[in-house]
Design a protein around this ligand. Structure first.
Ligand SMILES: C[S@@+](CC[C@H](N)C(=O)[O-])C[C@H]1O[C@@H](n2cnc3c(N)ncnc32)[C@H](O)[C@@H]1O
Length: 244
């Protein structure tokens, strides 16, 4: 069968990866946390990408909780903070950077969080193959790598195909939230997301006002120190009809 436009765009997202695996230098604390806690809190995915969609209820051992996906959580402190403040919500964090995963696992233990699980893998593949459709109340993408050089723009996560990857995962009232301190990436994201028929900008065609619920992130602090402005975007799912 010929791939559809959406599948082609998603395939391109998978090929031009939005990350580089950095040298995984872990502190002894992160390493110990990783080895001890990964079996308990990480969802095995590498080597079993065709395992089929996740069963949320058995993963978190409860029903009825809200569900948030955090893409590229970095060191995970903000994710841990949100999870601690919203114990009625289940959080799935996706990150490729092993020390960051180790750090978040340590936070899960220190803060006694029962509502966080982690996947160490490319979020594009996770969204495509692991997350069941229409099950997420929110998707968070805090300070995605900006890939500032023009020849690297094709590695930016939010580009054509990304809305079609994420929107079907949202419940009818679910939202997609992103924030960046890179103005030209912010403008590109707003363009790509506004153009997509599967998402609707909650603030017309404008950036969102500062969202009080979001903790300040490490990358945000670095951006502010450089005098950068912060740009936030919030989208809702548009009815996909029989394309869902
Ligand atoms: C600029 S950092 C931002 C970290 C954090 N969200 C913050 O605001 O401080 C971007 C993170 O996204 C991760 N990342 C980029 N592309 C990814 C992908 N396709 N799947 C999983 N993680 C990814 C990177 O490893 C990096 O840790």
């Amino acid at each position: 069968m010929e791939p559809t436009m959406n599948e082609e765009a998603i395939q391109k997202l998978r090929e031009n990866r939005s990350f580089v695996i950095r040298q995984a230098r872990m502190s002894p604390h992160q390493k110990r946390a990783y080895e001890r806690l990964a079996p308990q809190y990480c969802v095995p995915f590498e080597g079993q990408e065709d395992r089929g969609p996740l069963d949320w209820e058995s993963l978190f051992e409860r029903t009825g909780a809200r569900r948030i996906l955090d893409i590229g959580f970095g060191m995970g402190l903000e994710l841990a903070e949100l999870a601690q403040a919203h114990r009625d919500t289940d959080f799935l964090g996706v990150e490729v950077h092993k020390p960051g995963v180790g750090r978040l696992l340590g936070q899960i233990e220190e803060r006694e969080l029962t509502n966080v699980r982690v996947v160490r893998y490319d979020a594009v593949v996770v969204c495509h193959q692991l997350i069941p459709r229409a099950t997420l109340d929110g998707v968070h993408l805090f300070f995605p790598d900006p890939w500032p050089k023009k020849r690297h723009h094709k590695r930016r996560l939010v580009r054509p195909g990304f809305p079609e990857l994420v929107a079907p995962l949202l419940t009818p009232t679910g939202y997609f939230y992103t924030v960046t301190d890179w103005e030209d990436y912010a403008l590109q994201m707003r363009h790509v997301l506004d153009e997509s028929p599967v998402l609707r900008n909650r603030y017309g065609d404008r950036f969102a006002p500062p969202q009080e619920w979001r903790p300040q992130t490490a990358f945000e602090r670095k951006g502010l120190e450089k005098g950068h402005q912060i740009f936030e975007l919030v989208y809702e799912r548009q009815d996909l009809g029989d394309r869902a």
